[in-house]
Design a protein around this ligand. Structure first.
Ligand SMILES: Nc1nc2c(ncn2[C@@H]2O[C@H](COP(=O)(O)OP(=O)(O)OP(=O)(O)O)[C@@H](O)[C@H]2O)c(=O)[nH]1
Ligand SMILES: [Mg+2]
Length: 228
């Protein structure tokens, strides 16, 4: 199997179907074999039921958090490449072939999206995240780890599953977005960026991101990981 898509989910019943349908449509368009793994963290809505009915493999994760959910998903993947992306339909899973074509035609181990060099649609990202939080954390990541990337918080990435054998993770929250980059950078695994679009999420959905709590957790992680 070529691709495993891992989607961490906490109460995404509104949008999960759209995400899964786009994944399977992408596999078909590109003519590749793939699977979709939805990692559910005690959602209290119908996320798990809907995901299963759309053909995704649903995995439960008892440790709550974005990072724990992704790590659980990675551990059950069968694909040569792992694609990660959110279940709120803010990223376009129709872009899977672009990620796949890039990774198979280069010597990189990860292809990551960059929203900051791409197209952020109106209302898709708060001002504070776009102009202050994400650029600042990205600057720190590049300064400390020479990662050479432009969007540390981009949640849409594809990487070779084999590299996971060499990596150890320790974070479980949103700061896992940083940890994935620092672990690749420390091992000198090449990362390529491609510009992507970010879309506003349907009204009524509650964000799971807490600007200050998660921002500081990222920053704390980036500093502390220098000493480990
Ligand atoms: N499994 C699991 N998934 C989570 C958890 N927190 C967030 N997620 C999922 O991780 C993805 C990213 O969360 P979002 O709330 O969209 O965070 P964000 O994209 O950084 O912030 P927004 O700009 O508000 O969308 C979504 O698919 C969430 O459902 C969690 O504790 N467990
Ligand atoms: Mg989101």
């Amino acid at each position: 199997m070529q691709i495993s898509v891992v989607i961490p989910c906490l109460n995404e019943e509104q949008n999960i179907k759209k995400c899964i349908d786009k994944c399977f449509a992408s596999f078909e368009v590109r003519g590749i074999e793939g699977e979709v793994i939805v990692v559910d963290n005690n959602s209290t809505d119908k996320t798990a039921e809907i995901a299963a009915s759309c053909g995704a493999k649903v995995v439960e994760c008892t440790d709550i958090g974005y990072g724990f959910a992704l790590r659980k998903g990675f551990s059950v993947c069968n694909g040569k490449y792992i694609m990660m992306g959110d279940g709120d339909d803010s990223y376009d899973f129709n872009e899977i072939p672009r990620f796949y074509n890039t990774i198979i035609s280069s010597d990189c181990k990860m292809v990551t999206g960059t929203r900051l060099k791409g197209d952020i649609k109106k209302g898709a990202m708060p001002f504070l995240h776009r102009y202050i939080g994400t650029p600042f954390l990205t600057f720190i990541l590049n300064l400390f780890y020479k990662a050479g990337i432009s969007d540390v918080n981009c949640g849409m990435r594809m990487f070779e599953s084999e590299v996971l054998n060499d990596l150890n993770f320790r974070t479980g929250g949103m700061e896992f977005a940083s940890e994935l980059f620092t672990t690749f950078a420390k091992k000198k695994l090449k990362i390529i960026e491609i510009p992507i679009s970010l879309y506003p999420v349907a009204k009524g959905r509650e964000s799971k991101l807490n600007t200050f709590r998660d921002g500081f957790r990222h920053l704390f992680y980036l500093v502390s990981a220098l000493f480990i």
